[in-house]
Design a protein around this ligand. Sequence first.
Ligand code: ADP
Ligand code: 5GP
Length: 188
Amino acid sequence: MGVGRLIVITGPSGVGKGTLLRSLLARHPALRLSLSATTRSPRPGEVDGVNYRFITRPDFERMVAHGEFLEWAEFAGNCYGTPRASVEELLQRGEWVVLEIELEGARQIRKSFPSAYRIFILPPSLEELESRIRGRGQDSDDAIAKRLQRAKAEIDAANEFDIQIINDDFDSTLVRLEEAVFATAAMV
Ligand code: ADP
Ligand code: 5GP
């Protein structure tokens, strides 16, 4: 069985990563999206085991101490991490695994998995990013402020990635994302 492919999607909170990935996975069910663990509380409608594994900070810290994360980072006051075992198992089986993670985690993956293909999703502007976060209507003012502050630092690092895609018109962005992901087949 061949070794699979690891694809990292990064971009500021609210840029549309989750929405794009839901559409991408609906079109390509063979792609596997890694399920992250987080200490953040579920947003309305989010389900444990579907959106995230929602865990306590002591449990998260125990997993860190046991080396159970492939990468992890603190973001806007909460911890997020990619469970190592499930991703390694999928890659061993030859699957294509997608990680939707923030900048610090993507940097860790660059070191531990240099062959991972890393895609950065950019907003058309900071104003549009803020309006998408507010329009989503699921974060407190404090959480929105933290996300916007972090967004600027993340956008400054976009050039560290293999490709940058601006999420302007949704449908054409989805096509560009699809092309970027499947162009990696030629690189295996
Ligand atoms: P992220 O996962 O990056 O935090 P989301 O996928 O939750 O972002 O998207 C944030 C908001 O922006 C959602 O309300 C989503 O419907 C909206 N959105 C996503 N892509 C676009 C787009 N191309 N144009 C306008 N709104 C968008
Ligand atoms: P949110 O709270 O909006 O769901 O996610 C906040 C940020 O955490 C987003 O940028 C998202 O990509 C990132 N994130 C989600 N899961 C992980 C993970 O497992 N590791 C890292 N490093 N970041 C993650």
